[in-house]
Write a protein that binds this ligand. Sequence first.
Ligand code: MFK
Length: 548
Amino acid sequence: MGFLQDPPQLAHPYREDPLLRATLRRALPPARLAAIEPDLQALGDYAVMEWKRANHSTRRKPVLTQWDAWGNRVDRIELTEAWQEGPHITTQHAVLAAGHEAHEHARLEEFARVYLYHVASEFYSCPLAMTDGAATALKASGNKALMERALPHLLSRDASTFWLSGQWMTENAGGSDVGNTETVARQDASGQWRLYGRKWFSSAVVGEMALGLARPEGAGSGPGALALFYVETMDGERRKPELIIDRLKDKLGTHELPTAEIHLDGLPAWPLGELANGVRQVAPMLNITRTWNAMGATASMARALSLARDYATRRSAFGKRLIDQPLHAQTLADMQAEFEGAFALSFEVAHLLGRVEHGSAQPHEAALLRLLTPLAKLWTGKMAVKLCAETLECFGGAGYIEDTGLPQLLRDAQVYAIWEGTTNVLSLDTLRALAGDNFNALCIAIEGWLADSIDAQARQAIHKALHDAAAYLQTHANQRDTLEAGARGLALTLARTTAAALLARHNAWGAQHGHARAGAALRRFVAHGLSRFSTSDATDTALLLGPH
Ligand code: MFK
């Protein structure tokens, strides 16, 4: 037998991740960190076990069986092993319950768990995100009866009582523009609301409940007339007959996640609140799932980089290990610096969310959270695709081979930029979030993060980018089309500027706690440039898109 290459090994994502450990040490009181450490260790153990298991078994996909041998409609979905383990792992380690505890660090502690569990979960994290979002939207609705009914299940620490929730929004006509929703809510003779329609992407069809948008019969057209409804999907062990699974989607990635097309044929439903303004009512859910999306994208990047770094120490070419080849090392370090910026922003959003929910945030921080949530989602979603593509290249031909487990990283990463709002929808949401005085909230936050900064060059670059963004917003304040055309460039610039300021804060802390690498991440990240403004000349756009 000739030469055989050592495959990459997955480092323990908690024990061997200095960035995560330093971040938690900086952000959490020692007693809190000690309290959650057993869960973090265990979720890291699970990730390592799952990586090994996936590499030693045939990849499976969920299977939908619609009819049994005797002609009964059954709509049974067989799940992969990781999905079957999902309820046990997540309740045992309180992934969702931790986020709803009554203290300001609750969300950070939740999302540290999400970060460790996400990739190993095979996107069981997707319905978990919706479940978290549903719990949050139910609390925001103030509907006591529904809260009492559902919250003990959604936040259960016991798999036998745990419920997953779906988020039923997307339809054939109403994708990004949910105002086109065709599903109708009708009251029957007894006054019970029932839903009739078709939902085109349902990623929690194995769940026990869902929150869905529907148009009450007789209400007008457009998004304002939509209402948000609560539904339960199971009747004991059986799925309710008014919920029909038409088929599972054949997707580019997230193959283990059974995303379904469904029909609702009179499914009993209860409004969360008023019979209108459903988009406003579902917004708390969207902001939670978008935070999960950002953390999922960050976790996928961490996984990709971890494997690429490890492989660079095992693979030699031209007489040296890859890690000792200057250009390969430079490539990996560039990726690491970009990743650390994304990591800083995702974890800040998580921590901020907890502080705002707990009521311990500073006055400007609710507006800051509203702005940083779409920024984190859109920027990390785009970056994950780029970084996973680069990772495959770090493996050469092996990165293109299915059973290395590497192509899946890239296929899965593509979803982050699409679901929960595309990059452009989130860029427009950024404009929505910048309304009023919210840009000022970002300026206040950045000044706070830079207060102890020890890198004058980085500080100058951050101030310049912030100043340019303010000037851009002021110049185009009354030119809506120009603002929209440039919204992606503006959003990416704001995301990078925020991330740089967070890296500067971490660097100041790192300098006092022996973490020299924090300064290296900041310098490299800033050197890649903060500004991403795009040219938005409407005449040129029309010429480029006109007849050839
Ligand atoms: C690790 C895995 C993680 C995640 C997995 C999750 C998978 C889930 C799969 C899916 O379900 S994907 C489908 C998700 N669909 C979307 O994300 C929809 C994308 N489209 C948008 O976000 C549009 O911008 C939107 C539907 C919100 C536009 O609707 P409208 O009604 O035309 O918007 P409008 O009129 O501007 O806003 C209505 C109200 O909502 C306003 O409040 P008011 O009524 O008080 O004025 C807005 O301010 C408010 N609003 C909108 N977005 C908000 C928000 N409020 C807070 N936060 C937001 N993000």
